[in-house]
Design a protein around this ligand. Structure first.
Ligand code: NDP
Length: 240
């Protein structure tokens, strides 16, 4: 059995593409998901990749979920923290619940998964963690104080944990996608989307597979010397 990977939110959108890319690399992949059983079932039928449900924002559920993966597949060598949600609204409309849900799932999920899987990687002297941030965590975005804060937090989390993992062969990197044509972006109203696309130098939305290729590289043996970095994959929309 090859290296074992968990991709959170791995049954749809960007996560599905990452699950497939890692499988093509010879990894044993388990896709986690949050609640959409129908999508997860269809994903497994399409890809042959097992899907396991737990809420990444729930600490105990993450520990139990990862323990079950270890019991079934032996260990966890690679974690891609991809699960994410939006609860958009300007600050004066945003509820505490909107804030908390996004922080709990998007940022809390990275902590919970790292707590469950980092110790084993450290002990074995090899590990790869890739956290999916966002262009909106780098640049901010109107109506997204919760999402921008959580994603920006992911970038800080990545750099801090990279320093802890470096001497144990565990790399920790982030990918900051720009606008990618998934269900999440399909929820953006058409006129808003048109304005967004107009600001992308490459002139189009990105594809999930373009993010997946970045994740495949960052989780490969070839990326041993890459840690604490943020790979921006955004068609040139934000350069820094
Ligand atoms: P989708 O909404 O298409 O898919 C989200 C995935 O996350 C689903 O598999 C969903 O599971 C899962 N998920 C949601 N909440 C939880 C939870 N609490 N526990 C476990 N799994 C959960 O999102 P995208 O593919 O568009 O986005 C993937 C990641 O990329 C996110 O982190 C997003 O913030 C980030 N991103 C996306 C961009 C874009 O343009 N699309 C741009 C920048 C960043 P289920 O199917 O069960 O609901």
């Amino acid at each position: 059995m090859g290296r074992v990977a968990i991709v959170t939110g791995g049954s749809r959108g960007i996560g599905e593409a990452i699950s497939l890319a890692l499988k093509e690399q010879g990894r044993t992949v388990v896709a986690n998901y949050g609640g959409n059983d129908e999508a997860a079932k269809a994903f497994t039928e399409r890809t042959g990749i097992p899907a396991r449900k737990w809420d990444v924002g729930d600490h105990e559920a993450c520990i139990a979920g990862c323990e079950a993966v270890v019991a079934e597949f032996g260990e966890v060598d690679i974690v891609v923290n991809n699960a994410g949600i939006t609860r958009d609204g300007t600050l004066h409309r945003m509820t505490y619940e909107d804030w908390n849900d996004v922080m709990r799932v998007n940022l809390g999920g990275c902590f919970n998964m790292a707590k469950a899987c980092f110790p084993g990687m450290r002990e074995r002297g090899w590990g790869r963690i890739v956290n999916i941030g966002s262009i909106n965590g780098q640049a901010g975005q109107y109506g997204q104080v919760n999402y921008a804060a959580a994603k920006s937090g992911i970038h800080g989390f990545t750099k801090a944990l990279a320093q802890e993992g470096a001497k144990f062969g565990v790399t920790v990197n982030a990918i900051a996608p720009g606008y990618i044509d998934t269900d999440m972006v399909a929820a953006v109203p058409e006129p808003v989307l048109e304005k967004i696309v107009a600001k992308i130098p490459v002139g189009r939305l990105g594809h999930a597979e373009e993010i997946a290729r970045g994740a495949a590289f960052l989780t490969s043996d070839d990326a041993e010397f890459v840690t604490g970095s943020t790979m921006s994959i955004n068609g040139g929309q934000h350069m820094y």
